[in-house]
Design a protein around this ligand. Structure first.
Ligand SMILES: [Zn+2]
Length: 53
């Protein structure tokens, strides 16, 4: 868990913003968690896309 996961879970980050944060924080998160965050962003974007009319 990191700030990106927390904000994604709250719906406080768009996929685009989350990707930008991930780019900035990737080195701190490590590759393993970066991959998990990437998957969460993909899920969040799918959910957001599904909500649009
Ligand atoms: Zn995280």
């Amino acid at each position: 868990m990191c700030i990106i996961c927390i904000d994604l879970a709250k719906g406080a980050l768009t996929g685009r913003d989350a990707r930008r944060h991930l780019g900035e924080m990737r080195g701190k998160l490590g590759e393993e968690h970066a991959a998990e965050v990437q998957a969460k962003i993909t899920e969040a974007e799918k959910a957001a896309a599904a909500q649009k009319p």
